[in-house]
Design a protein around this ligand. Structure first.
Ligand code: NAD
Length: 340
């Protein structure tokens, strides 16, 4: 089993002296103005790019791109210094030494990287080292590995997977956790970059490992969420007080994130999505997407899952239910008929 290596944030940007020293990571000369690319300015990408821009030296340039022109225009309006809108992903790749992508699904990642890497003629353009592509999207490891191969085999750059957790709140606060799959020689460089948008960077192994870790975690989360909803429902039906039951579970062996932090029963945890009509939080659609990716990747690797397909049926049905659609994933409790 691999050892998980935790790399604490370097926070080099917080001091001018340190920042100057760290520039050697990106440049062989102190005068070099680094160029950065960011593709996908959605709920996660927008605040991440904003934090990145705020922490970059003012002389660096950030090229942004999104199919949604309103998103790029809004970003430029809010961050006018050192930001340029690129016409397409190819322009981003041509002009940037480091490219970060935050896209919805595998097909978007595939298409954006094809546009960046084909034809395979990206030149170094005087950049001091190979381009680094960092994909923070949650996609299947197979697609990610095929994109990495395309970048690597054509020697146009290095590609790493860096899925994240922490949600939109973490993206805004710059407190995300990144799980990265990367060759050892790019880990330090990637960690410095991602630390500008997050608090923790966990290196899980070679390229693809970040996604394997993320999907295993989110599979467990999706199942724990259903199990918590059922356990709470049965206790309440037997006449137990919901808060007393949750408190007991949370000092006992059933404790898990859905029972302790995101309890699905309204009123058990003040301020939780369940306590505000299941609004905000981690959408049931996103939870279902990650569950689907985990099941698919497990099946491709020959892993036998006893619970995955049944859980998927429940999430599919909840996502299609007008009372649950678009809500926090703890709404599974409502879908299963829990007392509110
Ligand atoms: P989002 O849909 O809000 O944003 C995606 C952005 O990508 C949009 O602005 C969209 O216009 C843009 N886009 C789509 N196709 C594009 C293309 N071909 N070229 C350029 N831009 C394109 O999604 P999000 O919530 O920001 O999530 C992004 C990724 O992060 C997903 O893979 C998601 O699973 C993962 N994630 C999300 C959360 C969360 O809480 N939202 C948490 C962890 C991980």
């Amino acid at each position: 089993m691999r050892t998980i290596r935790t790399i604490t944030s370097l926070r080099w940007w917080s001091s001018g002296v340190l920042r100057q020293g760290s520039r050697r990571c990106f440049s062989s000369s102190h005068n070099h103005q680094a160029t950065w690319g960011f593709i996908g300015l959605g709920r996660m990408g927008f605040p991440m790019a904003k934090n990145l821009r705020a922490k970059l030296p003012s002389e660096d340039t950030l090229f942004i791109q999104d199919v949604n022109k309103e998103a790029t225009a809004k970003f430029l309006e809010e961050n006018p210094e050192g930001v340029r809108i690129a016409e397409n992903p190819r322009e981003v790749a041509e002009k940037s030494e480091i490219v970060i992508t935050v896209l919805p699904e595998p097909k978007h990642v595939e298409s954006v990287y094809q546009q960046m890497l084909e034809p395979a003629t990206l030149l170094k353009n005087g950049t001091p080292q190979k381009r680094l592509f960092i994909d923070c999207s949650t996609i299947d490891p197979m697609t990610s590995q095929s994109v990495a191969k395309l970048a690597d085999s054509t020697e146009q750059g290095r590609f790493i997977d860096a899925p994240m957790s922490g949600g939109v709140v973490g993206a805004q606060a710059g407190t995300l956790t990144f799980m990265i799959g990367a060759a050892p020689d790019v880990v330090e460089r990637a960690t410095e970059i991602l630390s500008m948008m997050g608090r923790r960077v966990l290196h899980l192994g070679e390229q693809g490992s970040g996604l394997h870790g993320k999907l295993a975690n989110n599979y467990l989360l999706a199942l724990n969420n259903i199990a918590t909803a059922e356990a709470m429902s049965m206790g309440i039906k037997w006449g137990l007080d919901p808060k007393a039951l949750a408190n007991m579970i949370n000092i006992s062996t059933g404790k898990c994130w859905p029972s302790e932090v995101n309890n699905p029963v309204p009123g058990v945890i003040e301020g939780s999505p369940a306590s505000r009509g299941y609004e905000g939080g981690f959408g049931v659609g996103l939870a279902n997407k990650d569950l689907k990716l985990a099941i698919q990747a497990a099946k491709e690797s020959g892993v036998n899952l006893a619970l995955g397909d049944r859980a998927k049926q429940i999430y599919d049905a909840a996502e299609a239910d007008p009372n649950c659609k678009g809500k926090d994933f703890s709404v599974i409790y409502r879908y299963l008929g829990g007392k509110e």
